[in-house]
Ligand binder design. Structure first.
Ligand SMILES: Nc1ncnc2c1ncn2[C@@H]1O[C@H](COP(=O)(O)OP(=O)(O)OP(=O)(O)O)[C@@H](O)[C@H]1O
Length: 237
């Protein structure tokens, strides 16, 4: 269960998040976090994961999230990554394994098996010897997901994973995310494309500095909510 209580975030003089209260009781769900540009969607994810110093509380299964960060998965926006370090796809997945197990533990055989399975699941096997800076946006996003899945966590947070990627990569990723949902994982995805949201998400959190709506994807994206949350800000659909 994810619980966020009285969360407020200030950056300088700006009040970015206002009194966020949210409880997500779930045994496997895809949750979209949506709202107009500048609504605070990324800030919300960063606040619950302790990257931004918000007031209030964020709990995962009744324990503060900050105390269990190594067991949770966060995939930031691709444009926030430094791709200058020439690491290969296959080695990148190994760093994902060490992030959970600790750098000084020997690499277990099962980790290699898991890596090869994930490379196959995300259709990356043919790209395994390429360096990350040789990949297209969609290929790189698939690598980030595969790397994150080297860790076996029950809460996954992805920030705009589908922006600027090819159709095939999006399809491969959504199939994997649905599989994770069926395995009982809670998956939070910051997303902006209203058209695909109903097909992708079970529930949607509409955010615009405060919680505007939280409920089924169909209800969240009613004409009234779209007008209220998105169009007021001048966003064109
Ligand atoms: N590191 C930061 N320093 C200063 N201001 C920030 C920082 N991160 C976010 N903000 C501000 O917080 C507000 C919300 O930004 P945020 O990126 O969370 O919104 P968003 O809903 O994810 O937007 P977008 O859809 O455009 O990515 C914006 O006004 C932004 O300028």
């Amino acid at each position: 269960m994810l619980q966020v209580k009285n969360m407020n975030l200030f950056i300088g003089q700006q009040h970015i998040l206002h009194d966020i209260n949210l409880t997500i009781q779930s045994s496997g769900e895809l949750i979209g976090i949506m709202g107009p540009n500048g609504a605070g969607k990324s800030s919300f994810i960063k606040s619950i994961l302790g990257e931004f110093k918000a007031t209030g509380f964020a709990f995962w299964n009744d324990k503060p999230i900050k105390q269990q960060l190594t067991q949770l998965t966060y995939i930031p926006q691709r444009n926030q990554l430094d791709l200058d370090f020439p690491i290969t796809v296959k080695d990148s997945l190994i760093t994902g394994y060490y992030q959970t197990s600790g750098w000084f533990r020997p690499m277990a055989n099962e980790a290699y098996i898991k890596r090869d399975q994930l490379l196959s699941d995300l259709q990356l096997t043919d790209l395994k010897d390429k360096t990350l800076n040789q990949l297209s946006g969609g290929q790189l996003q698939r690598v980030l997901l595969a790397k994150a899945l080297m860790k076996d966590s029950d809460l996954l947070c992805l920030d705009e994973p589908f922006v600027g990627i090819d159709f095939k990569s999006e399809e491969i990723m959504i199939q994997i995310l649905r599989r994770l949902r069926s395995e009982g994982k809670l998956i939070l995805i910051v997303h902006h494309d209203i058209h695909k949201a109903k097909a992708y998400f079970d529930r949607i959190l509409l955010l615009n500095r405060s919680v505007k709506f939280f409920g089924s994807a169909t209800e969240a994206l009613s004409d009234e909510n779209i007008k209220e949350v998105f169009l007021k800000e001048g966003v064109t659909l």
